[in-house]
Design a protein around this ligand. Structure first.
Ligand code: GTP
Ligand code: MG
Length: 421
């Protein structure tokens, strides 16, 4: 389109929108308030996945972030495979209710062979997407009351080695970066010195970049948060410290870790990045993460799954196809396949019957031949026997004749003797 045409189209489009001046207050300017009220009434859902080695400080950080005690138990170190453990809590601050689910890895990094470690995490994330998809595909959907368990953010706990990422960290984050918003954090940052920390952070970011791992970036398109988010993006990965202990500082009880040489205050920005993390994760970008999970990560999963099921938006000639057309096409190919399978089976059955028939005929022929042979043998035997009997009878006749002859001869002889006397 030439430049002039674009201008014309724009002007046409603009002329279609009519700006009306209202002569009095109508009230649709309260829509944002209505939206807020409704959301507050429904409450919010937020799901966090904590990935990190056993004992790296996952539970302590969650307690610190939400300023509560989730009362978690330490995990065993000797599991043969990685597992995921989810707990849901109902929290309330002012009049806002939050249904928070914290999912922890159990046994992550404890196996000698860590090749499969990330699989349990990937499967878990996919399973949550799948159950949302199944709810969406139902005829009678209840998405309003559905407990959405899709993971909105993954906090990846990096060991404070000061040296960079482990292979397992890179492999796992690479597998997850298209499925979830990843925020890498340096755990137990009180163990890394101030000088080392900056180098460590740069090394981690360089390694992530070199391996093509995309982590969650705080959005800069909304001008109310552009400045803070841009500045925070430059501080990642946050180096955090967690604690369940409180120490009095002035007249305030502060979450801290006490050491023989001093105290680390969790919420002191000079000591660690905990406040930055809380600010970004909870106070500024929680909604953005929820939205990105739905609009980006879930969308990708949904697209892949629907394509797997055979659905598509365009046909082979790139023309749009409706859901119904796709369904009917799929149904007809399915029926054709079924018919083809049935025909094949019928053919196979006929072939088998024919083969069996031929086999039976062959066996019958063999039997007949055997029978004929037996019959012939029997006839031969019989004729031999007949011959033998005939011969015997003849011999008997001859014998009798001779016997008679001899008997008559001896009689004559006896008579002769008596004449002599
Ligand atoms: N130095 C230091 N220790 C920490 C920090 N956070 C937690 N710890 C300690 O690390 C130990 C394990 O902490 P957890 O929060 O139970 O660790 P986890 O990752 O939840 O452990 P599992 O659930 O058993 O895998 C505890 O003794 C904590 O006090 C931290 O920021 N710095
Ligand atoms: Mg724990």
């Amino acid at each position: 389109m030439a430049g002039g045409d674009i201008e014309k189209a724009k002007a046409n489009n603009e002329s279609n929108i009519r700006n009306l001046k209202l002569s009095g207050h109508v009230g649709f300017d309260s829509l944002p308030d209505q939206l807020v009220n409704k959301s507050v009434q429904n409450g919010f859902i937020f799901n966090i996945l904590c990935i990190g080695e056993t004992g790296i400080g996952k539970s302590t950080l969650m307690d610190s972030l939400f300023n509560t005690s989730f009362e978690s138990q330490p995990s065993p170190h000797n599991l043969p495979t990685v597992k995921l453990k989810a707990h849901t809590y109902e929290l309330q601050e002012s009049n806002v209710r939050l249904k928070l689910t914290i999912v922890d890895t159990v046994g992550y990094g404890d196996q000698i062979n860590k090749e499969e470690s990330y699989k349990a995490v990937v499967d878990y994330i996919d399973a949550q997407f799948e159950s949302y998809l199944q709810e969406e595909l139902k005829i009678k959907r209840s998405l309003g009351t559905y407990h959405d368990t899709r993971i909105h953010v993954c906090l990846y706990f990096i060991c404070p080695t000061g040296h960079g990422l482990k292979s397992l960290d890179l492999v796992c984050m690479k597998q997850l970066d298209k499925k979830v918003n990843i925020i890498p954090i340096i755990a137990k940052a009180d163990t890394v010195s101030k000088n080392e920390l900056q180098k460590f952070k740069s090394k981690i970011m360089a390694e992530l970049q070199n391996n093509g791992v995309s982590i969650y970036e705080f959005p800069t398109d909304d001008e109310t948060v552009t400045e803070v988010n841009t500045s925070m993006n430059s501080h990642t990965p946050f180096a955090v410290v967690g604690s369940t202990e409180f120490v009095r500082v002035g007249n305030k009880m502060m979450r801290s870790r006490q050491y023989p040489w001093g105290t680390v205050q969790v919420e002191n920005e000079n000591h660690c990045d905990f406040v930055k993390l809380r600010e970004m994760l909870i106070r500024t970008n929680m909604e953005d993460m929820r939205e990105k999970t739905h609009a980006r990560h879930y969308e990708l999963y949904r697209k892949r799954r629907l394509e797997q099921m055979g659905f598509t938006d365009v046909d082979s000639e790139n023309k749009p196809v409706s859901f119904q057309q796709t369904f009917e096409h799929k149904r007809s190919t399915h029926m054709q396949e079924l018919q083809q399978k049935e025909d094949e089976m019928r053919q196979m059955f006929i072939q088998r019957v024919k083969e069996k028939e031929a086999e039976l005929k062959e066996a019958e022929k063999e039997l007949h031949a055997k029978f004929d042979k037996l019959k012939k043998d029997h006839t031969d035997e019989k004729s031999k026997l007949d011959d033998a009997r005939r011969k015997l009878e003849e011999e008997m006749v001859e014998y009798n004749r001779r016997k008679a002859q001899i008997q008559s001869g001896s009689h004559t002889l006896t008579l002769g003797k008596s004449k002599k006397k």
